[in-house]
Design a protein around this ligand. Structure first.
Ligand code: APR
Length: 310
């Protein structure tokens, strides 16, 4: 059987970190792609990872390139390409710049890997996933955005720290958009099977929820230059593993909604089953009034960003 192939577009901090994790998990051979101006550093990063293979004991080959022919017939394509917001750049400018990037990479994916599943990380992720969906014309099950896995991971990390217990025993649950507008469903979150509400005071839980909401910003402030990449890359790779191994994991994905939760024609974070076919199912849950209101805010903010798309 042929070895699986995964392309990572954007060989920056997140893309390179994701590529290294994918190789370490031997989820497939990895092709790391960036723009022609960045070809040498991209080749350098890939070669460096391949040279780590004998030490780490993985057989996944890692190739760096700016030539999309090298990506031909990828099973999975991960998009981390894009530009971060710089001083003086409005949010709308950022949306349009990254939209252009999505359009150009979508054309290449469509040409070289028409049967691939696509995972999008580039921000603003809901609108960028929508752009890739429209530009490739791929079925909605094969164009998926990442945000909830990361938001949940941040939430679980803070809860584990609060309780001084293993992260392995914490299960969180997040709906909606990324970061500021995420909707954490605390009543579906557990430590060792025990509802968190029984273990942590509501004040402390609320503080953890708030910290999770601004989790991306906390890292940006600490780094001083650039945004988080270890946890985002780990989140991507968890989704990639679910798909490549057909694990049927229940994970939050940014999925295209056509009536689910009462929304139509937008990408929003919802609980899904991820497997070899991409998004294999969307779970619809009954929401409390408060949760519904928060999800509406989230959906509206996605629509606001989408209205800037050209
Ligand atoms: N094709 C391929 N690569 C591109 C393109 C393009 N058209 N345009 C930009 N890139 C590359 C850049 O050259 C750079 O190497 O995308 C990479 C982005 O990497 P970083 O600047 O290091 O950004 P990173 O921190 O990895 O974040 C990437 O993920 O979390 C989100 O908001 C973040 O949208 C951002 C993305």
């Amino acid at each position: 059987m042929k070895r699986k192939k995964i392309t990572v577009i954007g060989a920056g901090f997140t893309g390179a970190t994701a590529a290294f994790l994918l190789a370490q998990k031997e989820l497939g051979d990895v092709v790391l792609v960036d723009i022609p101006e960045a070809e040498n550093p991209t080749k350098g990063k890939a070669l460096d990872m391949w040279e780590a293979a004998p030490v780490q004991g993985y057989d996944s080959y890692v190739k760096g390139t700016s030539n999309y022919e090298d990506t031909k017939d990828s099973d999975l394509v991960i998009i981390t390409a894009g530009v971060a917001r710089k001083p003086g750049m409005s949010r709308d400018d950022l949306v349009q710049i990254n939209q252009k990037v999505m359009k150009s990479v979508s054309a290449q994916i469509k040409q070289y890997s028409p049967n691939s599943i696509i995972l999008v990380l580039t921000n603003p992720v809901d609108a960028m996933t929508y752009t890739v969906f429209k530009e490739t014309g791929f079925p909605k099950t094969r164009v998926i955005g990442q945000s909830g896995v990361l938001d949940t991971a941040r939430f679980c990390a803070f809860v584990a720290e609060e309780l001084n217990v293993s992260v392995k025993d914490i299960k969180g649950f997040v709906l909606g958009g990324h970061g500021d507008t995420m909707v954490p469903l605390v009543r579906y979150s557990y430590a060792g099977g025990i509802p968190l509400e029984k273990l942590i005071s509501s004040d402390r839980l609320q503080a953890i929820v708030e910290r999770t909401r601004v989790g991306g910003g906390e890292i940006v402030n600490l780094l001083g230059n650039g945004s988080a990449y270890y946890a985002p890359a780990a989140a991507l790779v968890e989704m990639a593993e679910a798909i490549m191994k057909d694990q049927k994991r229940i994970l939050p994905s940014i999925a295209y909604l056509e009536g689910e939760y009462g929304y139509d024609g937008i990408y929003l974070g919802v609980p899904t089953i991820l497997g070899a076919n991409g998004i294999e199912k969307i779970f619809e849950l009954d929401l409390t009034e408060e949760e519904r209101a928060a999800l509406n805010v989230s959906a509206q903010s996605v629509r606001d960003v989408m209205s800037v798309l050209v």
